[in-house]
Design a protein around this ligand. Structure first.
Ligand code: SF4
Ligand code: SF4
Length: 113
């Protein structure tokens, strides 16, 4: 069974993805600065996520069908920190909320059986 995130991608198209500019490759980090925009003095956000209908420009594929992050190894900390619900045995309200936005039910432990 493939990982449920590969059939989802909702969290990449539901929230503003903001982080410190030091995480960008322009400042010695890894996340491509060209895929970010300034958000205040010390923060940036992933392009496409600071809108009423967020959709990260690095997301490849169609939400709810087949998706993956186009910069997976270089993704910023908020993306690394957001866990799929129950993947490690704990809930993830952000995951549940993002999936609900696209009419998908929350994950359960069975999704990782
Ligand atoms: S919303 Fe949850 S299941 Fe969907 S891609 Fe994000 S972490 Fe994975
Ligand atoms: S950088 Fe990748 S993991 Fe993060 S929101 Fe964009 S597509 Fe999703």
């Amino acid at each position: 069974m493939s990982h449920p995130c590969m059939r989802c991608g909702a969290c990449c198209a539901a929230f503003r993805v903001a982080f410190h500019w030091m995480e960008t490759d322009a400042a010695g980090g890894v996340t491509p600065a060209g895929l970010t925009e300034q958000l205040g003095a010390h923060r940036v956000n992933m392009l496409g996520t600071n809108t009423y209908e967020p959709h990260c420009t690095a997301l490849v594929g169609e939400v709810g069908v087949a998706t993956h992050c186009g910069i997976y190894a270089l993704r910023p900390s908020p993306c690394r920190e957001l866990k799929a619900a129950w993947e490690d045995g704990t809930p993830s309200p952000q995951c549940d909320r993002a999936r609900a936005k696209y009419g998908m039910p929350p994950l359960t432990l069975a999704d990782f059986a």
